[in-house]
Write a protein that binds this ligand. Structure first.
Ligand SMILES: [Zn+2]
Length: 168
């Protein structure tokens, strides 16, 4: 069976289906169709996985006064082989706005891999004429950042407003 849906239309229907924005008739029609349609079926599987990834993500962005603030879920670990570290790398390298605050309040552990990653995020952003600040590390994390000299390189704030103002 060849699908008559245009790719754009298929994407939209699937997005609406997954976000439960279709009405009952729409759901019924879609479910009847996609079970018999390889293209729609495959597309739905991929989209479902993406939606799942999004939900299980350990960090997210918020935009405040033209600055992107990256936040971690609580008890995050910036350690070798931690999912958070991978996501940090990916997110910051893909970031097009180069003014970034890394909110560390949810982070409970950092090791040398985590410190190295923060450093390379910082140099990536600076190379792209941006800036990076760190916000709100807990006492243990703060001690480590101070000890390793990272806070000398990357301005670190305890107050979000101060961090935001420092970009002006
Ligand atoms: Zn189809």
């Amino acid at each position: 069976m060849v699908c008559k849906k245009e790719p754009m239309e298929r994407e939209q229907v699937i997005a609406r289906y997954l976000s439960r924005a279709l009405d009952a008739d729409g759901v019924e029609e879609f479910e009847a169709h996609y079970l018999g349609c390889d293209e729609c079926f495959d597309e739905l599987r991929v989209s479902e996985r993406l939606a799942e990834d999004l939900r299980s993500s350990s960090l997210w962005w918020k935009q405040t006064s033209g600055v992107s603030v990256l936040q971690f879920k609580s008890n995050a670990e910036l350690t070798h082989s931690a999912q958070e570290l991978d996501e940090l790398r990916r997110e910051v390298l893909e970031q097009s706005d180069s003014r970034v605050i890394i909110d560390l309040s949810g982070v409970r552990r950092i090791d040398s891999a985590g410190l190295g990653q923060l450093m390379s995020c910082y140099s990536h952003l600076v190379k792209n004429r941006g800036a990076m600040k760190m916000l709100n590390p807990g006492p243990e994390i703060r001690k480590l950042l101070d000890m390793t000299g990272l806070t000398k390189l990357i301005p670190t704030f305890q107050d979000e407003q101060e961090a935001l103002n420092s970009f002006k």
